[in-house]
Design a protein around this ligand. Sequence first.
Ligand SMILES: *Cc1c(COP(=O)(O)O)cnc(C)c1O
Length: 364
Amino acid sequence: MSKFWSDFVQELKPYVPGEQPKDGEYIKLNTNESPFDPSPLAIDAIRQESEENLRLYPDPESDKLREMVGRYYEIPADYVFPGNGSDEVLAHLFYSLFKHQGKKILFPDITYSFYRVYAKLYDINFEAVPLNDQFEIDINDYIRVSADEVCGIIFPNPNAPTGIAVSLEAIEQLLQAQPNIVVAIDEAYVDFGAESAVCLLEKYDNLIVLQTLSKSRSLAGLRVGFALAQPHLLQALVRVKNSFNSYPIDRLAQVGAIAAFEDDAYFEQTRQEIISSREYVSQELSNLGFVVLPSKTNFVFVSHPRVDAAILSAQLRERLVLVRYFDQDRISQYLRITIGTRKQCEILIKTLSEILTSTNIDAE
Ligand SMILES: *Cc1c(COP(=O)(O)O)cnc(C)c1O
């Protein structure tokens, strides 16, 4: 703190990302990155661009990238709004569509913790809607609210950190019931097995879908994400963006992201490998006595009935395996574990089984 700070900065509680250790000795299963390198086509495109055009500003609207994403999803390019990671897109979404006098937004109590941070940053009223006892989103909780009080609904599908997905049918029910509320579906993990709502964009003018290249396309370091929605919604985000930073996506990111979308074979192969390792890890963890929530993501959310999650996390760390622990109501006995390479998954299982044995807990 300093006397020079603006008043509201003193009240801010910033988002705390998972640890990024400086040395490479850890098996990093704590921030849901891909264990695989990006597509070689993306690396080539970035290398070539870095040799040619870096003295010039990038295209402020990322038109070629928007066209590529549009072709990929079979929607017009003006349905695409890219940003410096989907976190930045979320920030613009909150500011441009969720800030209405006398109204609030809704999101689940257990969800991506950045939503709460953005709501506070922009002074947006919100209500955290509890997940049910199975840690699922009950769509009826959002169907019964009134548009007189609520201007926005946002949740990830699949949800994070639970990993549980809701059906496309449930999302369409919500859109039908709430034509006067903006419904934002954060599909950061959708490529690992959930149903995307992109096919509903044409039909519902209040739907906005967010995606990122950070997880399923192995490009967390490049910082590219995007929103998909009808242009009348996205134009609000464009206004905010152009009042903040005209060039959020640099030249390397624009060409790298395009090339990643062009390399569909690589995308398919790596995402299938994650899905199959997730099934392996889920089965092995159940064998060790863990409760494993049914995941459609590149992580599993697990709890052991007889070993404290904070202690487990610390013991894994001592053995050079990083996982994510949230010291938070309802989930303080859970660990979120990212799916790594098959080899890393095997080490995880072996390490956990050693820890359970050494703490005198019989694996079941
Ligand atoms: C990882 C993640 C994001 C942010 O992704 P970036 O594109 O890297 O900023 C957004 N939402 C959820 C739910 C995530 O898990």
